[in-house]
Design a protein around this ligand. Structure first.
Ligand code: 5GP
Ligand code: MN
Length: 343
């Protein structure tokens, strides 16, 4: 599935390069941080200088990963991030495939003359790198990065620290192997990672069972007061404004996974979550079955992602964003139903 010529090129280039910066997408999740830090740990073992630069902060429940304390966060230290990117001989982009996904960090990246590599599993990649490894069938970027490492002959450099990072991303992007995991390769990779002596139970504890009291209260609030159904579209949506987030002492990552809850309702196949952030509305979409939330998001909310998990944003206020969502989902759903009936 991964073109062997591309891998040969990657191998040849990396052997000559010492100074590498790894960049994940804005608001990095388990897969973005897992693939960044996993790859960093492997490259360091190979004797390279490898630095992770994130466009924005990452959730506390990922801060235990080896190398997390050394990450440069662009939003918090622009100069340091820009200088580090200038020095690099190679930039590796993980878990995104359009420069829009790294927001303002894209200026420094576009100005860099370093070799650019992309490793990603989102569909419809843009030509953002010299070496493009795009496999939308992969469960996660962590799975893909691990496969690339194996195919390049670098498996011996995957120690338990790196394996823990890769395991985390596979777990978070597949909902602990519930979705995106129908490919047996994913299980083989998980088995390989377990053989690296990782502490699997500890990882689940740290990632899934380390909620703050405030996050649990916020979850109770959003499900109790802020969830609405659109039965005709088999859809549901949730929303939170800035004031509510402040009231519940919001920390990055606190709303992770909220969008999945409505899909637990019988007969609901589409879910949306809207959250006010930095003067915009961040949108998250999920679906079950073949309803393409990535196309819906691209069309209406300047976003994208996977068929069943996508995101986007809105410059309208919350009320207008919800009105837009309601009217657009009605149209899109009608078309989707008609297309299916014609098949
Ligand atoms: P989430 O809802 O967890 O933020 O994102 C779900 C999926 O959609 C992820 O695969 C993520 O990379 C993608 N995604 C989230 N926000 C955006 C966005 O603004 N633009 C695009 N193209 N993809 C997004
Ligand atoms: Mn991912």
């Amino acid at each position: 599935m991964i073109d062997s010529k591309i891998l040969d090129k990657l191998k040849a280039e990396v052997s000559n390069i010492e100074n590498i910066v790894i960049i994940p997408h804005l608001n990095p999740d388990g897969d973005a941080m897992g693939s960044s830090l996993g790859l960093k740990n492997v490259l360091m073992k190979m004797g390279k200088e490898a630095q992770v630069v994130t466009p924005s902060g990452f959730p506390k429940f990922l801060s235990w990963m080896k190398g997390a304390d050394d990450v440069i966060i662009f939003e918090e230290d622009k100069k340091k991030a820009e200088d580090r990117i200038k020095e690099a001989n190679a930039l590796i982009f993980v878990d995104f495939n359009s420069l829009k996904r790294i927001s303002d960090l894209s200026t420094a990246v576009s100005e860099s003359t370093a070799l650019k590599v992309m490793i990603d599993h989102h569909p419809y990649p843009e030509e953002i790198a010299d070496i493009m490894i795009s496999v939308p069938q992969s469960s996660s970027t962590c799975e893909l990065v691990y496969q690339v490492i194996g195919k390049c002959g670098w498996e011996e450099f995957v120690n338990s620290d790196a394996a823990e990072c890769f395991y985390t991303g596979i777990m978070t992007d597949t909902g602990s192997l519930s979705y995106n995991s129908s490919n047996p390769d994913t299980y083989r990779i998980v088995a390989n990672l377990l053989e690296k002596n990782i502490e699997k139970d500890k990882i689940h504890e740290l990632v899934f069972h380390s909620n703050s009291f405030h996050r649990m209260k916020l979850l109770g609030h959003v499900l109790g007061e802020k969830m609405f159904l659109l039965p005709e579209q088999q859809a549901a949506f949730l929303w939170l404004d800035k004031q509510e987030l402040e009231d519940f002492s919001f920390q990055p990552g606190d709303t992770e996974g909220f969008v999945n809850y409505p899909l637990g309702i019988e007969g609901i196949n589409i879910s949306a979550f809207f959250m006010e952030k930095d003067g915009k509305i961040k949108c998250s979409f999920r679906s079950r079955g073949d309803f393409p939330v990535n196309q819906f998001s691209e069309l209406n909310f300047n976003g994208g992602g996977h068929r069943n998990a996508a995101g986007g944003e809105s410059q309208l206020n919350m009320e207008q964003t919800i009105e837009k969502f309601k009217s657009e989902i009605e149209k899109f759903y009608k078309q989707y139903k008609e297309d299916r009936n014609n098949d």
